[in-house]
Design a protein around this ligand. Structure first.
Ligand code: NAD
Length: 539
């Protein structure tokens, strides 16, 4: 069998003033800002326009209409399921190598001619800065396509032993039904990975992207079609999430859910799926990455400058809307005064505004509901005398949903600000006595139901080892002297447990294995022709 090329991570472009990539991105931003895109459903290889339409907004300029998208009713959802079922056999039989070639082509398109289109729509529709769009929509998306091919090939390499006269083999079949991919708003790359990881393994998919990331889903689909994805392999539906989902997961051929989003929605879906079991043809796979309440623990030996930068980047990049964003920070008392000063200084410098203004460090939060939720947490801290704001608490929604970076020092380490997922630029710190480091670790482990990412900052090796041990189940991605965000495909396989998900590690072979239903085949070259065993013969 021939081997697919060895993957390498897509280099991140800098967008410095005067650079070619900056000019190209500015042109593309201009193009998408001045049009209203008409986004259809895409089912069985056909673009479907519907009478009902919903508007697509720009979070940092909510009066600006970026486009309108079609809305799937029951008929379109049934059509999407049917299209996925009809395409199943030929897609699965097309063979791994021919499928892999399509995704490798998609990687070249996403990192080449489509790069600035993906970045521009991610900036406009999801309010990412050029750097945040680049690491997500261009780089991580192409990394997923390239690395998944490599990992899938590695998986197929495992074969069972064969005794003399036999040949045993293991075939990685696709699942016996279609997969339903439900993606979040916050990463174009995750949205692209959810339908395509199962598709690479031979499955066909109904894909429901987030209503807040429709433009990037539209462009990702375009990349896949340009790369040669056949009709019916990925079917895109948009519209009312609960209504669409109810139909999809009740279909007898529903064989797997690939979900990334909030824990509350996953729990609801899991219960509904369980109730549907009697009418399903197989036990569906549930692969889900959900919320986080990600931590940083700073031991007294931590490097102060590295810690301060990790807090600023880890808590506030992309407005704290990364599942991995640092939002609870435990600081040793001897570090606290200089750290507080440094944080005030750095946070005071952060520019919040239109991400297309290349000076902005942060854009807007994704929409009205997010703004209301996050400012609710700002108020909670602001009005509680046991919490102290380290920087002025500020938010404005006149032109866009802007929330400024917010830091609270809390007296109670189990305050709601330290336990609940806020999913916005609000982080809280709790100061512990230097000699109570171990208790601080225990508190960190037991305070929140989530276990996605976390970091320890220390120069003392014993303190690092203790944290790694005490926090062994507190994070699926654990960082030492680094911020808890920014996992790279092929370098830090991503996912967490407890309420943070099924920990099937996106961007790793483990995830791909979940989209297969292995078949063992034994061929006997000399089968027995007598049913009697030797012990049965007479003396
Ligand atoms: P969300 O849960 O609101 O939405 C996710 C998806 O579920 C969307 O497509 C949405 O339309 C759909 N959905 C919402 N309600 C539904 C329902 N009742 N039935 C069926 N589908 C429904 O999440 P979001 O706001 O898009 O994303 C933010 C959340 O995602 C955060 O909790 C974040 O931590 C999590 N997240 C986790 C990871 C990870 O890898 N662990 C990565 C990204 C985001």
């Amino acid at each position: 069998m021939s081997r697919a090329p060895e993957p390498a991570n897509e280099p991140i472009l800098g967008y410095a003033p005067g650079s070619a990539e900056r000019r190209a991105l500015e042109r593309e931003l201009q193009r998408w800002r001045n049009r209203t895109e008409d986004v259809p459903l895409f089912i069985g290889g056909e673009a479907l326009h519907t009478r009902e339409l919903r508007e697509i907004y720009c979070p940092h300029d909510h009066a600006r209409l970026l486009g309108r998208h079609a809305v799937a009713g029951p008929v379109e959802v049934e059509r999407a399921i049917l299209a996925a079922c009809e395409a199943r056999q030929s897609w699965a039989r097309s063979g791994f190598e021919s499928r892999a070639r399509i995704f490798l082509r998609a990687a070249e398109l996403a990192s080449g001619p489509y790069r600035q289109r993906l970045n521009a729509v991610t900036m406009l529709n999801q309010s990412k800065t050029p750097h945040q769009a680049e690491i997500d929509a261009a780089c991580e998306l192409s990394d997923f396509f390239r690395f998944n091919v490599f990992f899938a090939q590695e998986l197929a390499a495992y074969q069972p032993k064969s005794a003399r006269g036999e040949w045993n083999s293991l075939e990685l079949r696709a699942l016996d039904g279609f997969v339903y991919a439900v993606s979040p708003f916050n990463f174009t790359a995750i949205a692209g990975n959810l339908p395509t990881a199962p598709a690479l393994m031979g499955n066909t998919v109904v894909w429901k992207p987030s209503p807040h990331a429709v433009l990037s889903a539209h462009v990702v689909l375009d990349v896949l079609l340009q790369a040669g994805l056949p009709p019916g392999v990925v079917n895109l539906v948009l519209g009312d999430a609960p209504a669409i989902t109810q139909r999809v997961i009740a279909h007898p051929s529903f064989a797997g859910l690939h979900f990334t989003g909030s824990s509350a929605v996953l729990q609801q879906l899991w219960l509904q799926i369980a109730q549907n079991l009697p009418s399903l043809a197989s036990y569906p796979r549930i692969v889900a990455e959900t919320g986080g309440k990600d931590f940083i623990v700073a031991h007294a030996s931590a490097d102060l400058d590295a810690l301060a930068v990790a807090i600023v980047r880890g808590a506030f990049e992309y407005q704290g809307q990364k599942c991995s964003a640092a939002s609870r920070i435990y600081v040793a008392r001897s570090l606290w005064k200089p750290l507080e000063e440094r944080l005030r200084e750095l946070v005071g410098e952060l520019k919040v505004g239109d991400p297309a203004d290349f000076h902005s460090f942060m854009g807007a939060v994704i929409g009205r509901d997010a703004y209301t939720r996050i400012t609710g947490y700002q108020r909670l801290g602001d009005e509680d005398p046991s919490c102290r704001a380290l920087v002025p608490v500020r938010a404005e929604d006149e032109t866009g949903y802007f929330v400024w970076p917010t830091l609270f020092e809390v007296e109670d380490p189990r305050h709601r600000l330290m336990t609940e997922e806020i999913f916005g630029p609000v982080a809280s710190l709790w100061v512990f006595d230097d000699d109570r480091y171990e208790q601080a670790l225990e508190l960190c482990d037991s305070t929140s139901p989530y276990a996605l990412t976390g970091a320890v900052f220390a120069r003392d090796r014993a303190a690092i080892a203790l944290a790694a041990q005490e926090l062994s189940h507190a994070a699926g991605n654990f960082y030492i002297n680094d911020k808890p965000t920014g996992a790279v495909v092929g370098q830090q396989p991503f996912g967490g447990s407890r309420w943070s998900g099924t920990n099937d590690k996106a961007g790793a072979p483990y995830n791909l294995l979940r989209w297969t239903s292995p078949r063992t085949i034994k061929e006997n070259f000399d089968p027995p022709r007598d049913y009697r065993y030797p012990y049965m013969s007479g003396e």
